[in-house]
Write a protein that binds this ligand. Structure first.
Ligand code: ADP
Ligand code: MG
Length: 368
């Protein structure tokens, strides 16, 4: 992917200089954003910049003060101050305000471009360092939590399964009751408990899966029956939440994969969709063949995912729910990657979210 061209925020009230500089910077491959005052500079800085080129004397304030404010609004960026005359005091003030460099106007082009390059390198190094630190933090969290949760999940899971089995016994006995009104009134809460147990079991499965990922067992898998099985399991839950589940499942070629784990992918995505809608709505699940891939699409009519969260939702333990584990999507991602597939997030047609999972068609099948 080509890197987007770096954004330079140019804050200066001298129209001729601005025009001249934007041309030079544009030719050098930068995207230039122009502000004529401190106020405009602050407004534009809020949407981010890589380097800000700031004049020292602005109509509504002073560039040194603005430099400090810009650094606060966009800590990842760097500020370069420009001035017509330099004194030791202004230079010292610029450094105190966190400016990266100090240029004398009109600065010869090579010097200006060199300073910008240096500032940009600084910005990129900073971003890289933050990325590494974040990944290290995640790895640390995982190691610490992994061992503990695996043990705990096992401890909880056994009694939970026992409770689930007893519930099935109870359900069967209730179903045999002669009076239909009693039957219905008893079955309803029973099924609710059953769904809740299933959900809990699912959360535990997520934790276990994460702590000790299993080997992939690749076999031929028929996707449509697999999706139908998962949606059948969720039907009750969906009805209770007034969610209409629409299936647009065209027959798909066989893929090679792990049945259980692929079921988990559909389950996690469908549960997220239902939880996001938090009330009446529609979940549409469709399949489509695209070249040598099969695409499974789950679209909901929920609130959607803000663009700034789209990357973070695949981070382990990232959740916006009070009782979320934040493991559903990292697991989905891991499973899909293991299958040589991809996952993509798009906006829903009107609102909501659309997840598209693509998996490669088993070799030999696509050629046939
Ligand atoms: N269909 C969706 N619509 C809106 N937000 C979603 C959707 N799917 C996932 N998310 C967001 O991604 C976050 C992470 O999801 P996930 O990894 O499954 O963890 P959890 O469901 O435990 O929060 C959720 O907390 C939610 O904010
Ligand atoms: Mg989830």
């Amino acid at each position: 992917m080509p890197e987007p061209s770096p954004r330079i925020l140019l804050v200066d009230d001298n129209a001729r200089l601005v025009e001249n500089l934007s041309e030079i910077l544009g030719d050098a491959g930068y995207t230039v954003d122009i502000a004529n005052s401190c106020a405009q500079g602050r407004a534009k800085a809020a949407t981010g910049f890589e380097v800000a080129l700031v004049d020292l004397q602005l109509p509504d304030g002073n560039g040194t003060t603005l430099a400090g404010e810009l650094k606060e609004l966009c800590p990842e960026g760097e500020v370069v101050l420009m001035t017509g005359f330099a004194t030791v005091e202004t230079a010292a003030a610029a450094v105190r305000a966190g400016a990266f460099a100090y240029l004398l106007k009109p600065s010869p082009t090579p010097e200006l471009l060199l300073t910008l390059e240096q500032a940009l390198r600084h910005v990129r190094l900073g971003a890289e360092k933050r990325g590494l630190a974040r990944r290290a933090q995640i790895a640390e969290k995982l190691a610490a939590v992994g061992t503990m949760t695996a043990g705990l999940s096992h401890e909880i899971r056994n009694p939970l399964n026992a409770a689930g089995l007893q519930l099935q016994v109870l359900e069967r006995r209730v179903e045999k009751l002669p009076d239909s009104a009693t039957r219905t009134s008893l079955l309803e809460p029973l099924r609710l408990v059953r769904d809740e147990i299933r959900r809990l079991d699912h959360v535990l499965e997520d934790f276990l899966q994460f702590a000790r990922p299993r080997e992939l067992l690749a076999r031929p898998v028929e996707l449509v029956p697999l999706i139908n099985r998962v949606l059948d399991l969720l039907q009750n839950d969906a009805e209770r939440r007034s969610i209409r589940v629409v299936r647009q499942l065209a027959d798909m070629p066989v893929i090679s994969g792990d049945d259980g784990r692929l079921r988990q992918v559909v389950m996690n995505l469908a549960l997220n969709a239902m939880e996001a809608m938090n009330g009446p709505g529609q979940l549409t699940v469709s399949t489509e063949q695209q070249d040598r891939m099969v695409a499974i699409t789950l679209e909901d009519t929920g609130p959607g995912i803000p663009p700034e969260l789209r990357e973070r939702i695949f981070e382990p333990f990232f959740t916006t729910k009070a009782t979320g584990s934040g493991l559903g999507l990292p697991i989905v991602h891991a499973i899909i990657t293991q299958h040589g597939g991809t996952i993509e997030i798009k906006n829903g047609q009107e609102r909501g979210t659309r997840f598209v999972v693509r998996l490669p068609i088993a070799k030999g099948v696509a050629d046939a």
